[in-house]
Design a binder for this molecule. Structure first.
Ligand code: ATP
Ligand code: MG
Length: 351
């Protein structure tokens, strides 16, 4: 059997980027060969094995035949006579279809090295059309590899796939996976530019089409997603996050930004009761530090300094806690709100 390093590890090493996980392909082996050498079988859809020591993934070389719509509509064929070139041919982009032998020599039948140098995201073959996930992968690679362009024919295929509803077949989980990688990438806005070029908005991103998209540099994935959603209505944020399987923490942060961001940002001008309501909804009265993520977002997005507000809330928490209230029940709640609003009113006047 022969073993080659493939996929992202080869690509990233050639780009001089840090290599995260390494994927291997095994040629000329059977499942029994692998297990007898101590590899542990894990793949459900096709044979993937974990190395007994490194725990890295080793896949038997395989080919794929399209049998149904969607990302998983394939029958895979694996046997010891599937060649390395056949396995590389089923991959998405030429830059992901380079193999490296144990002596370091590259096997590159689809000219991935040339495309790395020319900064081209190019489909390996026409079979690219068979999996809609590849559209989002291309968009994500555009975000991760600034300067890379989607090659013309590849983009034409993506446009054609989208026009035929290919994206309808994707599970939301895979959408979030790629979007999340794009949000952590150096140029997340390029993810949306590629979606736009391919007209891949429907069905997952319909609410984001035409939405305001501020510069996204230098921020966390949470802040970037919130900035992309900040011009949408609450119901639209909910609908998008539900469909694209955005985790609740990301969704709730985006909702907090649209609901209370403006009030906190303009905290010196707004009505103190409205301000107290926003602070309370952000759980700032539970602990002023709960406001920090939203304040950090507002600082990043609008360059506004809100440490006075944070200090005022922290002070009011201490004061309210120390004060004796004669009211009980609902009257106590109302008295607390009045006291907090008054303390914020005092803080608003301090310059
Ligand atoms: P990452 O840096 O995110 O790990 P990657 O390119 O290594 O990027 P993986 O999902 O780890 O992505 O996949 C490993 C390799 O498997 C890819 O480089 C590519 O060759 C192939 N591959 C993955 N997903 C697809 C797909 N949907 N269609 C075709 N080939 C794919
Ligand atoms: Mg990988």
């Amino acid at each position: 059997m022969q073993i080659y390093l493939v996929g992202g590890a080869v690509r990233d090493r050639l780009l001089g980027k840090p290599v995260k996980d390494r994927d291997w392909v095994v040629i000329g082996a059977t499942e029994a060969d692998m297990t007898s050498q101590g590899y542990q079988r894990v793949g459900a859809d096709f044979p993937v094995f974990l190395h007994p020591e490194t725990r890295e993934e080793y896949a038997l070389a395989r080919t794929e035949r399209k049998t149904a719509a969607g990302h998983k509509g394939f029958v895979t064929h694996f046997s010891p006579d599937v060649t390395l070139e056949e396995d590389l041919a089923r991959r998405d982009l030429t830059i992901n279809a380079i193999a490296q032998a144990s002596d370091g020599e590259l096997v590159d039948p689809f000219h991935g090295v040339r495309d790395l140098e020319a900064k081209q995201l190019r489909a390996v073959t026409e079979a690219f059309r068979e999996d809609p996930l590849r559209i989002l992968r291309v968009a994500r690679f555009a975000a991760q590899l600034p300067g890379f362009q989607v090659e013309e024919h590849t983009l034409d295929m993506m446009i054609d796939m989208c026009a035929h509803g290919a994206m309808d077949e994707l599970p939301g989980e895979r959408v979030w996976q790629e979007l999340h990688k794009a949000l952590q990438a150096p140029a997340p806005e390029r993810f949306f530019q590629v979606l736009d070029a391919a007209n891949a908005w429907s069905p997952f991103f319909v609410e984001l089409r035409g939405a305001e998209r501020p510069p996204l540099g230098g921020a966390t994935a949470e802040n970037r997603l919130a900035a992309c959603l900040a011009s949408l209505a609450v119901e639209d944020i909910r609908a998008f996050c539900h469909r694209a399987k955005v985790p609740n923490a990301f969704r709730d942060f985006a909702l907090m930004v649209v609901r209370y961001g403006d009030t906190l940002r303009r905290w010196r001008e707004v009505d103190a009761l409205e301000l107290a309501g926003a602070v309370s909804a952000c759980r700032g009265y539970h602990d002023a530090d709960n406001l920090r993520p939203l304040l950090a977002y507002l600082r990043w997005r609008f360059e506004c300094e809100l440490s006075d507000l944070l200090a005022a809330v922290a002070r009011s928490n201490v004061e309210v806690h120390a004060r004796q209230f004669s009211e009980t029940g609902p009257a106590l709640g109302a008295a607390l709100v009045r006291a907090r609003a008054q303390l914020l009113r005092d803080a608003q006047r301090l310059q």
